[in-house]
Design a protein around this ligand. Structure first.
Ligand code: C2E
Ligand code: CA
Ligand code: CA
Ligand code: CA
Length: 279
């Protein structure tokens, strides 16, 4: 690499240094959020096409800390996966999601479900299932109100062991959603072996859907395949009416995206749900 010259190393060094600095900054910021309760949950509604109303919400992590304001939540989560802080975050998110859905459903005739994103590192922990059980017991929440969103990549390591854990959760009455479907290794091979109830089509597919017939056929086929093996389908990242109509015509059960609503805070989701009940 000699012929790249001295300056090249310097640029490289500085890029690496900046990345390391950012990681440290995020790590410290996360620590502060955990200690001083500066995380909060936002909620994004999932619209049930057949029922014509919102039946689910997804809990999405947000931070109130100014130290983290220049980073997006995905960067924060990715760093937390490296530092291991994600375990404490997951713990906080699940507990807070249980408390929130408990309170939300006090207002509801038909209880809503809440989706919680679970990190790969958490699933791999030996006490993962026990952990979830403990939180359910402590918060007294109905397990049937909880949907856990897991990704295919989070299952790849120790596949059989992880599947066994998912079956245990299923037994408790929890629903499992396969998140970001189509973006990972997507082996149709094991789709049948997972105790999931929903497949969540990633935004990247929904984005392309209106571009070409090939892309829309792809989404149509994923939905038909899922239905054929007894799974329901969520589409995420739906921003336009055209996408909504097309997905509804494919019998997609749940629609999530800015077309319905952006993720919003607790007060706003309560108002959103109450308003739709009046209509
Ligand atoms: P995800 O699980 O795939 O979540 C969907 C992301 O798409 C969310 O971004 C959501 O705000 C965004 N989104 C939803 N509808 C639309 C739309 O119509 N248009 C556009 N442009 N975006 C839309 P967010 O909240 O920034 O989260 C990013 C990722 O961070 C999530 O992707 C998830 O992987 C992770 N994440 C967020 N909250 C949590 C959490 O509490 N725990 C864990 N482990 N991961 C989380
Ligand atoms: Ca998700
Ligand atoms: Ca996604
Ligand atoms: Ca995800």
């Amino acid at each position: 690499a000699k012929h790249f010259g001295k300056n090249c190393y310097k640029v490289f060094d500085e890029t690496v240094k900046r990345e390391v600095d950012e990681k440290v900054e995020i790590e410290l910021g996360i620590g502060e959020c955990l200690r001083n309760n500066k995380f909060e949950l936002f909620f994004q509604p999932l619209f049930n096409v057949q029922q014509g109303r919102v039946t689910n919400v997804e809990a999405l992590l947000r931070t109130k800390s100014s130290a983290l304001s220049k980073f997006n939540i995905f960067q924060i989560i990715q760093t937390a996966e490296i530092t291991g802080q994600i375990l404490e975050i997951d713990q906080w998110v699940i507990r807070e999601a249980c408390r929130s859905i408990q309170r939300i459903n006090e207002h509801m005739e038909d209880p809503l479900h809440i989706s919680v994103n679970i990190s790969a590192l958490h699933i791999m922990q030996q006490d993962f299932v026990k952990n979830i059980k403990t939180i359910l017991e402590e918060t007294g929440v109905e397990p049937g109100w909880i949907d856990l969103e897991i990704t295919e990549t989070s299952l790849m390591e120790s596949f059989d062991l992880n599947i066994a854990k998912l079956f245990e959760l299923k037994e408790l009455g929890i629903s499992l959603h396969l998140d970001d479907f189509g973006t990972g290794y997507s082996s149709l091979n094991y789709l049948n072996r997972l105790p999931i109830d929903h497949v969540k089509i990633d935004k990247s597919f929904v984005d392309k859907m209106l571009q070409s017939e090939k892309d829309s056929k792809m989404v149509e086929t994923i939905i038909a395949l899922s239905h054929n093996i007894g799974l329901q389908v969520v589409a995420e990242g739906v921003e336009h009416e055209d996408q909504f109509e097309l997905l509804a015509s494919y019998q997609c059960e749940l629609i999530q995206g800015y077309y319905i609503s952006k993720p919003v805070n607790y007060e706003t989701i309560i108002r959103f749900i109450q308003n739709q009940n009046i209509n």
